[in-house]
Design a protein around this ligand. Structure first.
Ligand code: ADE
Length: 219
């Protein structure tokens, strides 16, 4: 998959160059390009923002640099995503759907927002990562990219996707590793028993308990 990220702040995207996403890009499963929207501004000072018509707080991103930046990367099969508190709320299902596209374009808004005409000029999906407001679309883009990448073949093991939170409609059960005792705290006996059926039963019960406690809406 190819992902183009359009932003006024390319330096914010260094976290995508570590860990699992680094391995995926090194292995060419994923190609991520970060493109500066300012390079497309036709203004002599490369200005990309202006005051909102009708008044109001702050500045808006102007439509021309955004339009031309998108035009420079868009292909016929591209899916364009605009992170925004106004969008539908992101979840695992949306991540999985996004992971099936060959080309994604993330357009990062900043300041108070963008000129609405960009949504008339292109078919753009607005996605929110939750009911709160961030300073821009850069962090949400990284959240969405990180999440959807896990569904691309070869990025993580298939087994990892099976038993994690939300995969079966529940939150994940508690896990333990060595040592079997630390500061007097013992790992639950059943996990050391070697009885797979009992382990599965215990995990299901724990998943239910934690889902009831933290996310009753999932049940
Ligand atoms: N931009 C600012 N706040 C946001 C949010 N909650 N989700 C996605 N994009 C945003």
């Amino acid at each position: 998959m190819k992902i183009d990220i359009l932003t006024l702040f390319p330096e914010m995207f260094t976290p995508l160059q570590s860990s699992i996403l680094k391995r995926a890009t090194d292995n060419r499963i994923l190609e991520i390009n970060v493109i500066n929207i300012r390079d497309f501004s036709l203004d002599k000072h490369k200005k990309c923002d202006d005051y909102p018509f009708g008044g109001g707080a702050g500045m808006l991103m102007t439509v021309q640099p955004l339009y031309d930046a998108i035009k420079s990367v868009k292909q016929e099969n591209s899916k364009i995503v605009f992170p925004s508190p106004r969008g539908k709320t992101f979840n695992q299902k949306i991540a999985k759907d996004l992971s099936t596209f060959e080309h994604l374009i993330f357009v990062c808004g900043h300041y108070e927002g963008v000129d609405e005409r960009i949504f008339q000029l292109y078919d753009i999906e607005e996605i929110s990562i939750g009911d709160y407001v961030l300073t821009g679309g850069e962090l949400p883009s990284m959240v969405i990219i990180d999440t959807l990448s896990r569904f691309i073949d070869g990025v993580i093991s298939e087994e990892s996707l099976l038993n994690e939170s939300f995969s079966n409609g529940l939150l994940e059960y508690p896990q333990y590793t060595r040592p079997a005792e630390f500061m007097g705290l013992k790992v639950p006996e059943v996990l050391l028993s070697g009885n797979h059926q009992e382990v599965e039963k215990w995990r299901k019960e724990e998943s239910l308990k934690i889902t009831k406690k933290n996310r009753i809406d999932l049940l």
